[in-house]
Design a protein around this ligand. Sequence first.
Ligand code: UDX
Ligand code: ADP
Length: 452
Amino acid sequence: MNICCIGAGYVGGPTMAMIANKCPDIAVTVVDLNEERIRAWNSDVLPIHEPGLNEIVAQRRGENLFFDTEIDANIRKSDILFICVGTPTKTFGLGAGRAADLRYIESCARRIASVAEGNKIVVEKSTIPVRTANSIQRILKAGNPDLKFDVLSNPEFLAEGTAIPDLLEPDRVLIGGESEEAVETLASIYARWVPRDRVLTTNLWSSELSKLTANAFLAQRISSINAISALCEATNAEVDEVAHAIGMDSRIGPKFLKASVGFGGSCFQKDILNLVYLCEHYGLNEAAEYWEQVVKINNYQKRRFSSRIVETMFNTVAKKKIAIWGFAFKKDTDDTRESAAITVCQDLLGEQAHLSIYDPQVSKGRILEDLGVEESEEVEICQSAEEAASGAHAIVILTEWDEFKEQDFEKLHATMPKPAFLFDGRNLVNLTEMRAIGFEAWGVGQGSPPAV
Ligand code: UDX
Ligand code: ADP
């Protein structure tokens, strides 16, 4: 059997590497229009950073895992085609800022229709609005009426940074489709390593909608605890204690209740806005407003954090050096898409602060591009947390990298103008210890800010 995956990104690359790893008899080729990306997949430095990925790719590449820019021939020879292209939020026209931009999906479907010479199973893995399979099916049929295309929905639930364990032991694999035979073909691939009772099969629309709903529920939990964090600050309650207490209720559960500077990543905001658009499309305005509030609270949380910094530092950060620790949207990834760090840094630059930014994984070029600036006196990209913090008025923790916990805070404190401030957007460090060292330390939802 031959599998071709269109799109060598965060979803396509790791997922196909896992299939190749678990199914040595299946040839898996990942294709992409982006030559540089394919070159990177074929090199020692993969285009994405995922613990455990290098080892799997090194084992299977050239055996039954291939990365190629030759798209048409690979489509032609494959039995199963995975569509793993991006579905960003539309920035123009109908649904701008909310609806998913499906142009890459459409162009894949057109390409498949125009080059295929035999029947295919077409699997949508990209996150898409419910009923997209219908559009794909119509494009395929119209483009090539003589062939049979079975369109399946098989959303990917992996999280960045844990892609390999998530793929190795998924909570569930979801496959939606009309053709029982096609569903079974795909299910039997996953069944090589996933227990059968975790391979769920549903109708197409349930599968498509489940992906958006899962992300909306996860994000909603974070916005809920973040909303409570604001109340904790006003009342001297401790948000982590509240989260722990409610999480012990088995109906609520402990995960995804960590208050933070705000959620980021390529999925949550995009998928919720997509859900909001869908609700509006079907005239369900109250449902749309309900879900939109999750994104509003997230924006509120990011802005609240930047304002807290400025207000605490005597209402001015102009020309003050501020160390930014962490730029990725969470630890163990170099991805910065929708990272709260972007908003917070831009807010601080708007206040004319001088930022010294350090992230263990994110490249200098990425940070500067995200902020839309060149390196200058205002923005310096550092090689270590220590270098960033040395001589700064404040340390601001924006990503929960483990190494930030292990810094020599006493030594850093000695280099900083006084009062030296610490703002922990991830509740990573122990504020009592920081205060004992002499920091004016503040964390999300951890009581009132220190007296100024
Ligand atoms: C998410 C979903 O978890 C995954 O199932 C889906 O396939 C894609 O979207 P991902 O974006 O990789 O995955 O990251 P995730 O670990 O879910 O974190 C998203 C954001 O929420 C991060 O910015 C993270 O720091 C933040 N977060 C997470 C919190 O602020 N608090 C929490 O308790 C959990
Ligand atoms: P995700 O996070 O969903 O995996 P990415 O943006 O990381 O999304 O990756 C999507 C990949 O799909 C990109 O590398 C992009 O170049 C590729 N791509 C988009 N459209 C096409 C297409 N029509 N044919 C081949 N590759 C495509």
